[in-house]
Design a protein around this ligand. Structure first.
Ligand code: PEP
Length: 251
């Protein structure tokens, strides 16, 4: 079902105490102020997953990891498997974030393995796609995004794809303070849905497509009102409880 989703990506920030404080603040404000059908997801660093999951256990808030291993288990020092993530109480995983693609060699081939591991272990996938500044400037942004979809999401079965959420995150907008314009966002989200429809037909109408890239409490309302935008993946602004709650309330 096409759901409204606001997911906070905490990236590599804070300590366990910070994570507990932020989660408690968000859970408290959520209980007092949020009365909507928006699915809220918090994505802390791996070591804090279990604590954040326990703190949100009796709430409607869900928890995501920011990555998972491409392998199931074994001699892969430093990696974290999808089954470990599930066992910590998380229900989602962010895969394909541009920081993972750029700094950690998460190619489309690796990402397909990671997506399959995540799905096999019952996780829902928030799959990130998006073009660089150079790709937008050379007018190849549609080709870039289409390739990212075809190489990974289009390889899934309809049942697998049903567990996926797409996050369109233009790389030039992530953490830069530059937000894509509402016209650019709607144009790309519509394009993404059309590409998905070629593979999955009307099932793609049910897919949630989130926008990410310097989304904050000042621009969320306009972005979330766009017909093909079903919510946001929020980086910097998700680290401040008041800002994050304001963004959720923008629907
Ligand atoms: C992100 O990293 O997913 C993101 C959207 O970051 P920011 O909101 O800080 O641009």
């Amino acid at each position: 079902m096409r759901r409204k989703i606001v997911a906070g990506n905490w990236k590599m920030n804070g300590t366990l105490d910070d994570a507990i404080k932020l989660t408690s603040e968000i859970a408290g404000m959520y209980k007092d102020e949020i009365n909507s059908d928006v699915q809220v997801v918090l994505s802390p660093p791996f070591p804090f997953l279990n604590s954040v999951s326990k703190l949100t256990n009796n709430t409607a808030i869900k928890v995501a990891a920011q990555n998972c291993a491409a392998q199931a288990s074994g001699a892969f020092t430093g990696e974290v498997s999808a089954s470990m993530i599930t066992s910590c109480g998380a229900g989602y995983v962010i895969l394909g974030h541009s920081e993972r693609r750029t700094y950690f060699s998460d190619t489309d081939e690796v990402l397909l393995l990671k997506v399959r591991q995540a799905l096999l272990n019952g996780l829902q996938v928030i799959f990130c796609i998006g073009e660089t500044k150079a790709e937008r400037e050379s007018n190849s942004h549609f080709d870039c995004v289409e390739k990212q979809i075809l190489n990974v999401l289009s390889q899934l079965t309809p049942d697998e794809f049903a567990k996926c959420i797409v996050a369109y995150e233009p790389v030039w907008a992530i953490g830069t303070g530059l937000t894509a314009s509402p016209a650019q966002v709607q144009e790309m989200h519509h394009f993404i849905r059309e590409v998905l429809k070629k593979q999955f037909g009307e099932q793609a109408s049910e897919t949630s497509i989130l926008y990410g890239g310097s989304c904050n409490e000042n621009n969320a309302k306009e972005l979330f009102a766009l017909p093909d935008v079903d919510g946001g993946l929020i980086g910097g602004a998700s680290l401040k409880s008041r800002s994050f709650i304001s963004i959720i309330k923008s629907f």
